[in-house]
Every structure is written in structure tokens, then in C-alpha cells.
Design a protein around this ligand. Sequence first.
Ligand code: BES
Ligand code: MN
Ligand code: ZN
Length: 509
Amino acid sequence: MRTELSYSPLSRIETELLAVTAVDTQTGTGPDARPAPELLTGDGALKSAAAQVLASGEFKAGANETLLLHAPAGIRARRLLIVGLGKQARATMHSVRNAAGTAVRFTKPRGIRELVFALPEAEFLPPGPCSRATVEGAFVGDFDPDTYRSDRQDLSVQTFTVAAPGANTSAVDSGFREGVIVGESQNFARTLVNEPGNKLTPAEFGRRAAAMAKEAGLQCEVHSTEKIKELKMGAFWSVAQGSEEPPALIVLRYEPEGVQDGPILGLVGKGITFDTGGISIKPSDNMEKMKYDMAGGAAMIGAMRAIALLKPKVRVVSIVCATENMPDGKAQKPGDVQTAMPLSADKPGKTIEIINTDAEGRLVLADGLTYARQLGATHLINAATLTGAIGVALGTHNAGAFSNDDETYAKFQGALETSGEKFWRMPLGDEYAEMIKSDIGDIKNTGGSRYGGAITAAEFLHVFAEDTPWIHLDIAGMAWIDENRSYVARGPSGVAVRSILEWVRSYGG
Ligand code: BES
Ligand code: MN
Ligand code: ZN
């Protein structure tokens, strides 16, 4: 998708499709309170073109509601699409992001290849952030998961133009440029998540990360079995030992020029390219979905791409532990005891009693977190499709977040205001930590009870983050969208890329 920015008056833009936003300005609630839709534009010709249909009451300007006018009078566009942002009092740049996605997804199946989206002109919608959100929403909306259809027709919008009439400001321009980087990075993560297990093996995951790193200007190393053994990553290896596919330990580094001190942020991702459950094998219903068990790793790689291109002044290291989780003659068994990577040579690694081989994500992350700390990370964030239990707790509209440090979490909370993603902070606690103590070794890899399963999983990771400020994102309920929405196709969501990026930027501009 090519993106352009135009400052021309809307009514003079010649295009197949011009999209403009509207809000419902009705504040009353009684039975007589009719919707009062209003176009968010100062363009008189556009307003006149839409006046009749807006007065008809057919269009209520609900969030992502659409109305199409052909051959609108008095303007040069061939079609005018009005997209609702919902109630004025609740319209934000996040509503604009979705509206842009809705406009793109309206355009695609109609075979229309160009779209101009007018930035809302309203004092409650700042043009800079809206410009960014619009472009992000357009990229997110443009993505479709049908990569392997033999008769695939690429219906992507070829040219997406943000129209900001008269608003030729640096805020609009830089928002626009950031939006391109962020939207493309989120889609990069989604492309990885969408790949099936037979295509995206751990080694292939490593190659894709390395190719991205080369293009974006990041340092990248991709290791395998030998290095995992040399580092004594016994927890990571306990999962990898059961697969014919060699594992990949992906290390990306971002070191901006002139930044020699201050924090080093460690971004750690779960990269299970397919999770069968191992010897504690999963039921076959929905097992095909477990190709997306590397979504946490993909989110980190997508975020690193955006970091490399947006260049915040803070050092970042990212570790993705990629492997399959398979049943096999060599696979680990329930009851096995594994030794995790030691943080330093003078400290032994913690011992883990394997209760359920399907609780494998926490195992690979344990060593990933330790390795990030060994490489100097002062602050940690990890993302993982870690537990089904987080979906039970929060459903599919909030992802879970856990942290051992309020100050670090406050920065993440701030990042959510820009990203527009919904994360809900969940508790940690000694009572939960107690549930994963082992009789034979230090800890068990499950808490035994399904109750609080997302929290005991988080406490497992906490054992390895120790006192290093740390955030754990459990995205299992959010990484895959089951039904089509007006602004995004069903399939991989790319959740967490934008929030991780903004959290990183909060440390270095
Ligand atoms: N990858 C799964 C978690 C998952 C579930 C992700 C549903 C996406 C959708 C994880 O490895 C897993 O199997 N977790 C187990 C933990 C249990 C054995 C303690 C689970 O959630 O059932
Ligand atoms: Mn599992
Ligand atoms: Zn898993």
C-alpha cells in the first residue's frame, strides 16, 4: 500500500473514493433523542453534498457505521464514504484509527484501488495523533490472511491518501510518517503469526528476523542447539529436545549512536512455532490454532522493526526463544526435572519439576528472561500466548499485564494511551507463588489448579525476572481474532506491537 499526504481542499480532490468522518452530536438520552450526525469537515461543498442524507435519519454516525454516496454533487470525488466515529463525547484518535480501517475494508472488496481519507477537523481530535492513527488503521485494515489461496487476488488498496486540508503542520507530517512505520511493523508481526507451522519453522522464524534486521539496521544473531547448550538453557532445551526441527535463539540489538548509559530494555518473546502440548498432548479440536503460539515473539520482532526505524534514544535487546513443542521419543515427560539457565557462573540454575509438558511457554521464557538479564537488561518486558486462563479471566477484549514494579508499569499504562490497545493489570502475589513450589526441586511448571492459572504462570516467570523491573503480557486471548470486524480481518491481530514500542519510546523519546 502506497501512502500519501495531501493538503488540498477536499472538494477539489479527484479520486475514486473520498472518506470523511462524522460524529453523533446528540447528548440527550430520552425517547425523543434522535441521532444528530455531523460531518467533521470545514468544507462547505462536502457538507452540502451530504446534507440531505444526514437529515434523512438513515445514518446515525455510530462507530464504524458507513454510508456511500455515488457522484456527490459539487465535489470532484466519484464517491463519498461517510464513516461514523460514534458519540462525539467518546470519539478519540482510537475511533479514528478504526474508522480508517473500516474505510479500507469497505474499499477492498469493491475493487476500488485508491482511497482518500479526510482527517477529522474537530478541536477534540488533535491532527498529529489522528494522522498517525489513521495511517496505522489503514495498514491494519488492508491486511488479509489469505496468503496461500491459489486463486488469490490482491485487492489491497494501492494508494491511501491522508487528506489534511490546510493543516500543513509538522505534527501531521510526522504523525503520518510514524503511522507508516508502526502500521507496517504491526503487519510484519501479523504476517509471521499467520504462517503455518510447516512454513514458519524455528529456523525460518530466525531467517525472517535476520532479514528484517538487515533491512532496518539492527544487529542480529540467530543461534541454535549448540549455543542453547553452551548457555545451559535447560528450560528452553527441555521443550526443544522433543522436536526434529532445530530451535532458534534469536537475539536482536538496537544500540543508538551516542547512548552509552541509562537503561537497557530487554524484550523477550515466546516463539513456539507450533504447540501440540508435547507428551501432555492437547485435544485435536482447535489444535491448528496453535501455530499462533509464537505471537509474543512476533510482537517483539515487529516492535524491534519499528524501534530501528523510529530511533528512540535508549538501548534495547530482544530475545526470542523459538521451538516447536512436540511429543516424541526424545520429548520431556511429566515428572522430569530440568535445570534452568544460571544467571551467572557462581549461581546454580533453578530446578523445575515438569508437571505438564503443555506449560512450555514459561519454560522457554524463563531462560529468555535470564539471558536478557545476563546481556545487561535493566528493565524487562515479555509477551506470550501463555495461558488459556487469561482468556477465561478477561475474554477477548483485554489482554493481561502483570508487573513487579509500579513505576515501570506506569510507563506501560501511559503507552496504552497512544497505542489504543487494551491491557488489564492483573495481580501477582506470594499466595500464588506458593502454589508452584515443588517437593523435589525449586518450582513446578503448573500450579495444579486451573483457578488463577494466568497468575501462577506469571509467578513462574517472576521467579526468573526476580527483582529486575519487569512486565509480563499474556496475549493468548487477543493474538488471534476469530471473527471479521469492519476494521480488521479475522486472523492474527498483531496485538502488543504498538504498546511495546510506545513503552520503549517512553524511555528515550
Ligand atoms: N499456548 C498455550 C496457551 C494458549 C491457549 C494460547 C489458548 C492461545 C490460546 C500454552 O502453552 C498452554 O498450553 N497453556 C496451558 C497451561 C496449562 C497446562 C497449565 C493452558 O492454558 O491450558
Ligand atoms: Mn502449551
Ligand atoms: Zn504454548
